[in-house]
Ligand binder design. Sequence first.
Ligand code: ZN
Length: 454
Amino acid sequence: MVKIAHLALAELTRVECPNFETAQANAGSFLEEWNAVQEHDFECPIQIYAGHIFDSEAATFLPHRVLTVSEASGLIIDVQAYDPLEIEANTAKLFVNSNVIDLRSQTVLPGFVDAHVHLFLHPYSETSWEDQLTKESLAERTIRATVHAKRTLLAGFTTVRDLGTEGAGDADIALRKMLSGPSPLIPGPRYFCANRAIVSTGSYGPKGSLVLNKEGIDGITGAEVTDGVEGCRQAVRRQIGAGADWIKVFLHHYRIRSRVAPTSFVTARTSMSTFSLEEIKVMVDTAHRAGVKVAVHTQDKETINTILTSPELEGFRVDSLEHGINFEQPHDADRRRWDVAPASSAKPVIWVPTLSAFYTSGRYEGGPWASLVNAFRAALRDGFEDIACGGDTGVFAHGDNALELCLMVALGASPVQVLRWATFGGGLRCRYIATSGDLQKYFNSAVHKKNIIL
Ligand SMILES: [Zn+2]
């Protein structure tokens, strides 16, 4: 695709430079004219003839559509119906043009969004989380992240939100620069990142085994550790200052009492609330004042209820809720939204259930997978729509991001509904992808990376 766009641009530069001579003759306005010519060059759009397109806003498939895409911005600037017989009759003439692409046998759709990834992690089945943080250097983890970025893109996921480097410091900000901007160095998705994420003292890891009353191992912590209103305010400001697009807060975690495991396994594995209402409020407020959104990791019903409905958090609602596994009645069915307090109900809180992480890391009766399945099915039953697809990818292999979509369909969501969540629902518009598979009959194989064409 890059090659095609490049050829089109080169051709246009050669053929259409009507102002070039004038510009040369007048050195004073040369730059101005040259810039005008350059801008003119970028007006060469790419046309894609699609067998079908998926309209994520209307959640429907439309046959025989031609998309016009701006070569300069990648934005779709027009969608029109075409007559398939007319195009068939003119195939030889039409598709010889390098900026006209024939995808008439395929379904074109917006690129998928994975709203919850960790590009600096690789599957725990290969190396445990603790070992990745304490035995893999920052250089190794960064090199892995570049490979993960490419795999993600080639699986059709053109946008991701990375919710924490998990001990790899600020490396996501530099990775974003290498993936995006005017001169990207390596292939990968559009990358939104949450820098280090924020945890309260004692609640996260890795935890050493010799000096127990200490955060992290060898100076490595899984996220930035802070407490108190001022500490929380500063942590958010530090991460925004570092370049974060999102602030991620762990509001609930099971590692708080993990050290009681030798005497009470159940307590050690029980998730508990971490930050106080005042701390949550100041983090949300500080982030929102800077135009940065807030994602919260949380699991239990009580914490979810608190952050969504507590009067003290009126005006300080978070933007997305990650996991949410123990919440069985997540919303007001009439409004098809989380049951958030009235003043903030206009702005939806997006739920990212991360089914894949729990599916791939152990499924047993009474465990988190079972609770999450209940929560997800309850949401389907009540027509809840504010969902984004995000697998917590990294816990399992990058490139297998579509597992989240397949699990949603397997649990009863319709393919069209899931495609909407995976594109429009992610809230982050992106580039198109195409699949040669049948999205309505054979959903799993159609969204699998082997059938994705970028
Ligand atoms: Zn995560």
